[in-house]
Design a protein around this ligand. Structure first.
Ligand SMILES: Cc1cc2nc3c(=O)[nH]c(=O)nc-3n(C[C@H](O)[C@H](O)[C@H](O)COP(=O)(O)OP(=O)(O)OC[C@H]3O[C@@H](n4cnc5c(N)ncnc54)[C@H](O)[C@@H]3O)c2cc1C
Length: 388
């Protein structure tokens, strides 16, 4: 099925067996604030590197996996089957960075992320700027050979494990006053501090704190690309990450369909397996059908990227894949809870955990509403045939 090459099947099998090793640890993580022992996590990270799963999105000549988009989807789909962020050791460093990074930035930031010696986080969103990134109020002012950064960033995922942050700001003064720019900020750095670490719906060891940047000085060599380039990088990253969100949702749905089907076949009520009740059977059938549709859409989107499709078409198709796969996975998780009955409401049950965890897939990397706006805008501009 799907016309995979031998190389596709091999990387998929490696990601599958790695994920199978993580799944038995989910409940322990869930009941311990997402935490596993540090040596256990380090072991997972090492194994992910050995299997060629970490940095699979990065160029091979820099030591990354150099995988095709389709192969990256296959990897992320498999790791999407495990809850509690246990597979976040399979890192996807910023693949948009190498083409614009200086030799210093490559050496100092990019290569360590590929080796697994460094980890990045993104400080873009603010209290008043999420969907509308252009509304950010963070500032960057040039001061001699340095920039002075100020701002307060929200939801900074993995700040507690990261060794540097991408900080997006508007330039204050100079030829590009008011335009966006992106900076590399070492963590820790003087002037960077956690305002607070809110609790979120999912239970992972990676936190999403609100982080203050107060008069943080970075060398001018930490500017990514040129002044005014900041928004361009955000868009490139969104395109990649939206497809990877879709892929992980496929894996989650695959796991849920598998587990709820096994339960429905085994659980007997009034002497019959509940899978024989039409209303339960419909939940299974709808879930499988929607998974197949989302998977076909996501694989096709990846193949179009690998074939060099127009970048606007790629962008729109990634939005469609993210929109459909995240909403599909949400519906499947809701049905899975229902099929499991009372058991589906217990935190030790995979359906309960995914029911909470998958909710954010419709929010981060652009909400469903934002994806629909992108898709409709391109539809009006380009027409149906250009896009699907
Ligand atoms: C767990 C988590 C982790 C995150 N990690 C990071 C991170 O690492 N770095 C980072 O920078 N950000 C991160 N984010 C932020 C995330 O990208 C934003 O939450 C998201 O883009 C939505 O922005 P917002 O929360 O400000 O919502 P808003 O933009 O305030 O949106 C509120 C509502 O209005 C709707 N809406 C907004 N604009 C439109 C429109 N044009 N048309 C129709 N409806 C609209 C939205 O769809 C939504 O329903 C994270 C968020 C979460 C929850």
């Amino acid at each position: 099925m799907y016309g995979f090459s031998d190389a596709d099947l091999q990387i998929q099998a490696r990601a599958r067996s790695f994920t199978d090793e993580l799944i038995p640890l989910e409940v322990a993580a869930e009941l311990n604030n997402g935490e596993l022992a540090a040596d256990v996590v380090a072991g997972h990270a090492k194994r992910a590197r050995e299997l060629g799963l970490h940095a699979a999105n990065m160029p091979a000549d820099l030591g990354g996996g150099g995988l095709s988009s389709l192969q990256q989807v296959l990897v992320q789909e498999q790791v999407g089957r495990v809850t509690n962020g246990l597979a976040w050791v399979v890192g996807t460093p910023p693949s948009w960075l190498p083409p614009v990074a200086t030799p210093y930035q490559l050496d100092r930031f990019v290569l360590p992320t590929i080796r697994g010696d460094a980890e990045e986080c993104y400080a873009i969103t603010e209290a008043g700027a999420g969907s509308d990134v252009d509304a950010i109020e963070a500032t960057a002012r040039r001061d001699g050979d340095e920039y002075l950064l100020n701002g307060e960033k929200w939801h900074v995922t993995s700040y507690n494990t990261a060794s540097f942050a991408f900080f997006q700001a508007k330039l204050a003064g100079g030829a590009h006053d008011g335009e966006h720019a992106m900076f590399l900020v070492d963590l820790p750095s003087f002037g960077v501090s956690v305002v607070r670490t809110p609790a979120y719906s999912h239970t992972t060891s990676h936190h999403h704190p609100i982080v203050a940047f107060r008069d943080v000085r970075v060398p001018a060599t930490h500017l990514v690309g040129a002044e005014g380039d900041g928004m361009r990088f955000a868009y490139e990253w969104f395109r990649f990450e939206r497809l990877m969100v879709a892929a992980r949702c496929l894996g989650a749905a695959q796991r849920l369909v598998t587990e709820m089907t096994a339960f429905a076949a085994e659980r007997r009520v009034q002497g019959r397996p509940i899978a024989e009740f039409g209303t339960v059977a419909a939940m299974l059938a709808d879930s499988l059908t929607e998974l197949f549709a989302a998977r076909s859409l996501s694989y096709e989107t990846a193949r179009a990227i690998d074939a060099g499709a127009d970048v606007k078409v790629q962008h729109t198709q990634c939005s469609m894949a993210k929109l459909y796969a995240s909403e599909m996975a949400g519906r499947v998780a809701d049905r899975a809870v229902q099929v499991f009955g009372g058991r589906g409401y217990m935190r030790e049950n995979v359906a309960e955990r995914f029911f909470r965890e998958l909710r954010v897939e419709r929010i981060w990397e652009g909400t469903s509403e934002v994806q629909r706006a992108i898709i409709a805008d391109q539809l009006v501009k380009r027409g149906v045939t250009a896009l699907v």
